[in-house]
Design a binder for this molecule. Structure first.
Ligand SMILES: *[C@@H]1O[C@H](CO)[C@@H](O)[C@H](O)[C@H]1NC(C)=O
Ligand SMILES: *[C@@H]1O[C@H](CO)[C@@H](O)[C@H](O)[C@H]1NC(C)=O
Ligand SMILES: *[C@@H]1O[C@H](CO)[C@@H](O)[C@H](O)[C@H]1NC(C)=O
Ligand SMILES: *[C@@H]1O[C@H](CO)[C@@H](O)[C@H](O)[C@H]1NC(C)=O
Ligand SMILES: *[C@@H]1O[C@H](CO)[C@@H](O)[C@H](O)[C@H]1NC(C)=O
Ligand SMILES: *[C@@H]1O[C@H](CO)[C@@H](O)[C@H](O)[C@H]1NC(C)=O
Length: 429
């Protein structure tokens, strides 16, 4: 938050602040060329070419940027030109503050009370979108720029500054923007938590999966920089991929979004854009003002492939409208919410949960009777106690008052590697 404030200040002072600003430098000669500027060359490609047909798209790629005002993004030339090729979602909201809980929620349908960027893990009885996808045999992967090794478990990773080799090494990778590693049930499959060299290798081999989550590094996603910097990154990385059939195939949908709004006291609205060949021609250059949130990416995927649900906020109709053109094609009925009833989406540090030390409660089971946007049924993982519901949970405990923290918070200092996770159910591969 503090950093974001400084950045917006810097942005408002441009161009005078530009003297000290960082400038975009391409990490590689192209988005599908592996680079030695990244630690960790790709050792193997994914090899699954099986395609599970969706009703509207066969591949979805989410690209998450950071902390930029809607109007700033909307007035930046590359966004203006991308907007002509896609659908601007003008009423898309993040869920809370700061970054990490938004990423976690977009994957698992809840942020479990989290309201900081600390090092957490989520136990293996908690399902997330990957479980829903695997249930139908849909391939998936996440690609994290500057993550040094597949399935890397560390809190951050610092590598040589490729833009300015004489400068100090730079912390390009952060775990807080890599939600799949945080879910124990998923981090047991390190081969699908991949880096950008793997992205290049998989795309060139024609084996980019059907569900893809992309996190650019801390400078390219605008977190440590400005929207102009991120715009240069998009021109280098995304724009050429839009005309590359190995990435933007015939039925590919691309969601370009931001993790959160930067001000806690205003509506948590973020700039979001749907791109890709799955967007019908007649909708290109249009604006969709339906109320969406980061849960909408879960419900949209569920509607498209007829998936079961997580039984969490992904099944709360108010928070999980399906992207309209997908809802229309799949027969899902969205909820219209008048502007005066739209939540602020800024509940931060006031929700009890397993990932807040201030009001700790155990992980509850989802609502097993819930109906999502796909097929009926809530998918659960082994080890889930269905009787532990929000109604049967014990009252929240302030762990901080006991000089403790939630058991799901880990110390970054002692966990710089996958092997330090206790191997709970001998499922480690
Ligand atoms: C590393 O990045 C620098 C700065 O953009 C670039 O000049 C160089 O060609 C890159 N190296 C590789 C191997 O791509
Ligand atoms: C490419 O994909 C195929 C499967 O379609 C796999 O057998 C092969 O090992 C992959 N990798 C490379 C580098 O060709
Ligand atoms: C935050 O939301 C407000 C109100 O919708 C909007 O004016 C502003 O641009 C948004 N900021 C970001 C970071 O998108
Ligand atoms: C490839 O294998 C080497 C040696 O085991 C490892 O150091 C490197 O991190 C691997 N690359 C990735 C992307 O995991
Ligand atoms: C949410 O925004 C409202 C209105 O500005 C503000 O009063 C409230 O304190 C904010 N909530 C949090 C948790 O920041
Ligand atoms: C999930 O597993 C964790 C760790 O064993 C446990 O604390 C929690 O109560 C479980 N929750 C449910 C709903 O089973």
């Amino acid at each position: 938050m503090y950093i974001a404030t400084l950045i917006s200040l810097a942005a408002s002072l441009r161009p005078s602040a530009a003297a000290t600003a960082q400038f975009f430098a391409p990490p590689s000669s192209g988005p599908l060329v592996q680079s030695l500027n990244y630690t960790g060359v790709s050792n193997s490609t994914l090899d699954d070419r099986h395609v599970v047909e969706g009703q509207v798209f066969n591949r979805i790629i989410q690209v998450w940027l950071e902390n930029t005002n809607f109007e700033t993004a909307a007035a930046t030339p590359v966004f203006e030109s991308l907007a002509q090729q896609g659908i601007v979602l003008s009423n898309f909201n993040a869920l809370t503050h700061p970054s990490e809980p938004n990423y976690v929620a977009a994957i698992g349908g809840d942020f479990f009370g989290m309201h900081d960027d600390n090092m957490y893990r989520i136990p293996s009885n908690i399902s997330c979108v990957v479980d829903l996808l695997e249930d139908k045999g849909i391939s998936w992967a996440t690609y994290q720029e500057n993550m040094p090794a597949d399935g890397y478990y560390g809190y951050t990773y610092t590598s040589p500054n490729y833009a300015s080799p004489s400068s100090k090494p730079y912390t390009y990778y952060v775990r807080k923007h890599n939600p799949l590693i945080i879910y124990d049930g998923i981090s047991e499959d390190p081969n699908r938590i991949r880096n950008f060299n793997d992205f290049a290798a998989d795309a060139v081999n024609g084996t980019l999966p059907q569900w893809v989550f992309v996190t650019p590094n801390m400078v390219n996603d605008a977190h440590d920089t400005t929207i102009d910097f991120a715009a240069s990154f998009l021109e280098y990385w995304l724009v050429p991929l839009l005309t590359d059939p190995r990435v933007n195939g015939e039925d590919t949908l691309i969601l370009l979004t931001f993790d959160e709004n930067e001000t806690y006291e205003i509506q948590n609205r973020v700039f979001s854009l749907l791109l890709g060949n799955a967007v019908p021609d007649c909708l290109r250059g249009t604006i969709d003002d339906t109320l969406y949130t980061h849960y909408s990416s879960l419900s949209t995927v569920q509607a498209n492939w007829g998936l079961r649900s997580l039984g969490r906020q992904d099944t709360n109709p108010l928070l999980s409208n399906v992207f309209s053109f997908v809802a229309d094609a799949t027969g899902y009925e969205n909820v219209y919410v008048p502007a005066s009833e739209i939540p602020m989406f800024n509940l931060t540090g006031v929700v009890p949960g397993a990932l807040t030390s201030a009001a700790f409660v155990p992980f509850a089971a989802p609502d097993l009777e819930a109906h999502g946007a796909g097929s009926c049924g809530v998918l659960t993982r082994p080890g889930l106690d269905p009787t532990l519901t929000p109604c049967t949970l014990p009252p929240p405990v302030n762990m901080l008052a006991l000089d403790a923290t939630t058991p799901w918070q880990m110390s970054p200092k002692t966990t710089d590697g996958r092997n330090t996770i206790p191997c709970a159910n001998a499922k480690c591969r």
